[in-house]
Write a protein that binds this ligand. Structure first.
Ligand code: FES
Length: 277
């Protein structure tokens, strides 16, 4: 992430801008495959998630199913007087919010920061939105590159701190999932629980597979043999880390599915398929 502007001049040279020792090519790329499909899909997927999340968080509706204690992760933790009865698992210590203010005001900024500064998402949106570069062997439109060493991109280094916040939020999501084993007569579970638990497991997978987590677990150890437990943990995290990109996309899908399912049950459009209670 600290490539120098000299290094990044290579794509420009490939485009014919010219650098010693580089072939002068008057086209943006010689690639003949559909290299633009991946960045286009990334733009579509991320925009869809962004718009869906904004609409769902801003509308402040259908986020809680009182009979089964299902709470969508999009408003968790709900801590304001605007929260519907039963949904504020940690109390209502903030005043009522005006319309359009997200009920998950405590967690949303950290979750956004966590995803926005994620090493994978950086690659994804640098390529697809900023086109820096849009694909391998495709020249980028920018003439200069300053890396992540100055404002605003230096803020990407906040990622390790966002990781700690994401850990706390994952614990909260887990707590919500446990409380959701509920029915009007006491214990119970249904399809909603399966979806909620699967989402929580996947969110843990995404969080723990984080590059910062891998570094925190054993990044500064010089001798693995002196720290066998951390070494074991590092191996597990490293294994998951290899799937980080997949988990980044899968959790976008699982968050939407979980929220949509709870929203539809809460709105009375569908009924939860109950196994017990
Ligand atoms: S690198 Fe993706 S969440 Fe940390």
């Amino acid at each position: 992430m600290t490539t120098s502007s000299t290094d990044r001049g290579a794509p420009l040279a490939a485009a014919g801008v010219g650098a010693p020792g580089r072939p002068r090519i008057d086209r943006r790329t010689l690639r003949t495959d559909r290299w633009w499909v991946s960045p286009a899909l990334t733009v579509g997927g991320l925009l869809f998630f962004l718009v869906y999340g904004l609409v769902r968080t801003a509308t402040q509706k259908n986020y809680w199913v009182d009979d089964y204690h299902y709470l969508t992760p999009f408003v968790s933790p709900c801590v304001s007087e605007s929260c519907v009865e039963g949904s504020a698992h940690f109390g209502e210590f903030l005043p009522a919010f005006p319309p359009l203010v997200p009920l998950a005001i405590l967690s949303l900024p950290f979750l956004l920061l966590f995803r926005l500064t994620c090493y994978y998402y950086r690659k994804a949106y640098y390529r697809s939105f900023w086109m820096s570069p849009p694909a391998c062997a495709v020249a980028e439109p920018h003439t200069a590159y300053t890396g992540e060493t100055r404002f605003p991109l230096i803020a990407q280094n906040l990622h390790r701190y966002a990781f700690y916040a994401a850990l706390v939020i994952s614990v909260i999501n887990t707590y919500d999932a446990i409380l959701a084993f509920h029915s009007p007569s006491g214990f119970g579970f249904g399809l909603g629980n399966v979806i909620i638990v699967a989402n929580v497991v996947l969110l843990w997978g995404y969080t723990v597979s984080c590059h910062s987590c891998r570094h925190i677990v054993a990044g500064k150890i010089n001798s693995f043999s002196k720290h066998p437990v951390r070494y074991k943990a590092w191996q597990q995290v490293s294994r998951l880390n290899g799937r980080h990109m997949e988990l980044a996309w899968i959790t976008i899908g699982s968050l939407i599915v979980t929220d949509a399912y709870i929203g539809l049950v809460a709105a009375g459009v569908i009924t939860d398929l109950r196994f017990i209670g």
